[in-house]
Design a protein around this ligand. Structure first.
Ligand SMILES: Cc1ncc(COP(=O)(O)O)c(C=O)c1O
Length: 373
């Protein structure tokens, strides 16, 4: 416990820069029960395959696709790499991927591993991928187009429906690692499911807004032909495998199963709505502080805050115990309003930020007065 206590707990509320949260008790219990199960060894642990099929089937219902296939990965990084690996199997001769600048850096890892060239697509003034730029960049060498539904920095949803329209001759992957447990459950949000006719694969991470525990991501494909292309049969084993990782935690799969059974669609909708409500509350409170503004109106529960002297504000907040991050692209404080970020926590944070910013403003005006006197 002494060792664990060196790091903070989600329950103390001051963790504002994590895309994970305290996992639900049912997920923890399930993890423990299945903690000795290796999902790779399907010849030994065949039961866990049924559990995983159940989970993927559930995603199929959420994403409106009864043919869905996929598996529980270690996280969004593995899921994104696997999606592009499958793309490479379909188009082995192509080697360019079109990626908006706001995409998660795991796409760069995938490109590096597979020797792919990234053609960076622009983003608009709301930090959304520019569909016209993507369209212009598509050519005969385009292996895949990547869009994000809930960017890591600002929670922005790329115009997935528009991009889908011109991806008929290329692989189309949507990284919804963060947004995937929110967007399908919220009213009035864009479609990010398999009714998009050119969508090949999607990443959705249970260990983020799915309230499951690390490690648990997922890669989901339109049908089972994609994973078939990745299949290998290790000579010393009597089964076939298609996953990027070898040994896989049965505990992870079971914890996702338990969480989706426990929360269901209604439970996840409530969690998503509460996070959006708290995000709006945070934005309103920030509006009351002089010298503070938003980088952009948040679509999900990630907020970019513009302050004068962001580095100083960041350091001062850290000294007061806040675990936040500074986004270097926008030079803004990045806050993720996860379920543990309650109204009480937000009030405390805004009060600290207000104090820090007003001290900064006073200091600046003293310096100005001095230099004019
Ligand atoms: C949009 C997006 N994709 C992928 C990832 C990578 O997920 P992981 O850290 O689980 O590998 C993240 C992580 O924050 C993310 O925000």
């Amino acid at each position: 416990m002494q060792l664990r206590n060196k790091d903070p707990y989600f329950s103390n509320g001051k963790i504002l820069s994590s895309v994970s949260t305290k996992p639900s008790d049912v997920a923890l219990d399930a993890f423990e029960i299945f903690s000795d199960v290796n999902a790779l060894d399907s010849h030994i642990f065949s039961g866990i395959q049924g559990v995983e099929r159940d989970v993927i089937g559930w995603f199929g219902r959420i994403l409106k696709n009864s043919e869905i296939s996929g598996y529980i990965t270690t996280g969004g990084t593995e899921a994104n790499i696997t999606a592009l690996w499958a793309a490479k199997k379909i188009y082995p001769k192509r080697n360019e991927i079109i990626v908006p600048k706001s995409a998660h850096y795991s796409i760069q890892k995938a490109a590096d591993l597979m020797g792919l060239k990234i053609r960076w697509a622009g983003i608009d003034n709301r930090f959304r991928a520019d569909p016209n730029d993507i369209k212009k960049k598509i050519n005969g060498n385009t292996l895949a187009v990547v869009a994000t539904a809930g960017t890591s920095a600002l929670g922005v949803i790329d115009p997935v429906e528009e991009i889908n329209e011109f991806c008929e001759d290329t692989f189309f992957h949507v990284d919804a690692a963060f947004g995937g447990f929110m967007i399908p459950f919220l009213k009035g949000y864009p479609t990010i499911d398999f009714t998009l006719k050119n969508l090949d694969s999607i990443t959705i991470d249970p260990h983020k807004m799915g309230i499951s525990l690390i490690p648990a991501g997922s890669v989901l494909f339109r049908d089972n032909s994609y994973l078939k292309r990745l299949e290998l049969c290790p000579p010393y084993l009597s089964f076939r495998t298609y996953t990027l990782s070898g040994s896989r935690s049965g505990g992870s799969i079971a914890s996702v199963w338990a969480a989706i059974k426990y929360y269901g669609i209604g439970g996840y909708r409530k969690i998503a709505e509460d996070c959006i409500k708290n995000t709006k509350f945070l934005c309103n409170e920030l509006g009351e502080i002089k010298g503070v503004s938003l980088i952009t109106e948040p679509e999900l529960n990630i907020v970019g805050i513009k302050v004068s002297g962001p580095d100083r504000a960041y350091r001062a907040l850290k000294r007061r115990g806040w675990k936040i991050s500074l986004d270097s692209d926008t030079n803004s404080l990045r806050i993720v309003v996860m379920p543990h970020v309650t109204e009480r926590v937000i009030r405390e944070f805004v009060s600290d930020l207000g104090d820090i910013v007003s001290r900064g403003l006073q200091k600046n005006s003293r310096i100005l007065r001095k230099s004019f006197s």
